[in-house]
Design a protein around this ligand. Structure first.
Ligand SMILES: Cc1ncc(COP(=O)(O)O)c(C=O)c1O
Length: 387
């Protein structure tokens, strides 16, 4: 584990977060389902780790669905969401008892093409589109431009979907209401639960589950806890006669894996220019901030000389000038010092490009033991993947 850069998964952290989440969730809904959001970090080692802990798979494409099968999930432990499922995988999932949340009209048509006997046997969920901005002003990701997933509650498309399915004898067994937000606040989940209650009452739905999606904070000081989230959701759902005994599904990603992964880099050079003082590392923003949006990092430094230097610009290895992490006023950094970026497990590895350097290694700490979760991709592997 000497060759930086690499990621290090802290399995103790995953275990703590998962057991806290599970305890709080099951205290409200004893049969609640936790589906790990593959998109948040799709490293097979991490997915298998979650599976071994009894977590289901939450997938949003046919590739992700097939990855779940490949990694040994049985179909009835896979949640299948997303607008771009292919027909064959969709029908396989529906007929093999996956939790399938329909997101588009063509999926409805595919179910309606089944013969009457099959239609009577299958169950599907519907993804609800509603204007979260009306309930939580300033908190939603799209504002008044609306999110694009699911069937609109407000304009009647949801009602139409429900009635077409009912008319053809297809049981709608669940509602899926994930909303990505800027704030991950309790208000978002109160609104989700409120809308679920309103819809199930208005259309007299007899649901097996309400899927509230992901988007939670996980173990972040000063932010809502799992207990806070589930209390808010429970307060709304238990107030609704139709949902009192309905099961709940959650789809955590960030809240389980975000804080559980660190990224280790080393200083390879320090150079002064006319106006600046650069610290070049063997890491890159492309690995931990692939969308180049972060304005701050949580990190610690191993090494450095006591003498302090202002304005040390910590940079990555790529040729992009924008590959600069942050400005550091502190101990003078020098070749060989380590900069460890913390809490970088979510939306990093899965979004990373193979740009200039191929994928770095990933290790996992299990107690005192370190195992390799993914070897570094070398030139040979890179050629094999791409031929
Ligand atoms: C449908 C769905 N479920 C779950 C998640 C996971 O969210 P997070 O990683 O923020 O927990 C997402 C993320 O966008 C999502 O779209």
């Amino acid at each position: 584990m000497n060759n930086t850069p690499f990621f290090l998964i802290n399995t103790n952290k995953i275990d703590d977060l998962l057991s806290d989440m599970r305890r709080e969730l099951e205290s409200k809904w004893p049969k609640a389902i936790i589906g790990y959001s593959f998109k948040t970090n799709n490293l097979p080692w991490i997915i298998k780790y979650m599976k071994d802990k009894g977590v289901w798979a939450e997938t949003v494409s046919s590739d992700e669905y097939n990855l779940a099968l490949e990694l040994g999930f049985s179909a009835d432990k896979i949640i299948f969401n997303g607008p771009v499922k292919d027909k064959a995988t969709f029908l396989y999932a529906v007929e093999n008892n996956s939790v399938v949340n329909i997101d588009s009209k063509r999926e409805i048509n595919w179910v309606l093409e089944l013969d009457e006997v099959k239609r009577a046997l299958v169950k599907v969920g519907l993804r609800v589109n509603f204007c979260i901005e009306d309930y939580c002003p300033g908190e939603s990701q799209c504002g008044s431009d609306d999110g694009r997933f699911g069937f609109s509650y407000e304009n009647g498309e949801l009602e139409e979907a429900l009635s077409v399915l009912e008319k053809h004898g297809v049981k709608v067994s669940g509602l899926h209401l994930h909303c990505s937000s800027k704030t991950r606040s309790l208000y978002i989940y109160r609104a989700i639960a409120k809308i679920a209650a309103e819809i199930s009452s208005k259309y007299a739905l007899d649901l097996d589950y309400v899927d509230v999606g992901g988007g939670f904070f996980g173990g972040v000081v000063g932010k809502p806890s799992f207990k806070d989230y589930f209390e808010v959701i429970h307060a709304e759902l238990s107030n609704c006669d139709r949902l009192k005994n309905t099961n709940v599904i959650i789809e955590p990603g960030m809240s389980l894996i975000g804080a559980s992964v660190d990224y280790y880099t080393s200083v390879v050079d320090v150079k002064n220019t006319k106006n600046n003082h650069f610290v070049i590392t063997d890491g890159s923003r492309t690995h931990i901030d692939p969308l180049m949006r972060k304005s701050a990092y949580t990190y610690h430094i191993e090494g450095g000389k006591d003498e302090a230097v202002d304005n040390q610009i910590i940079c990555g290895f790529t040729c992009m000038e924008g590959d600069r992490f942050f400005k550091y006023d502190g101990k003078r950094l020098q070749e060989g010092d380590k900069i460890v970026f913390e809490k970088v497990g979510a939306y990093t590895m899965g979004l990373s490009p193979q740009f200039i350097e191929f994928y770095p290694a990933v290790y996992a700490a299990i107690g005192d033991e370190i195992v390799e979760a993914r070897p570094k991709v070398d030139a040979k592997k890179f050629v094999n993947i791409n031929k």
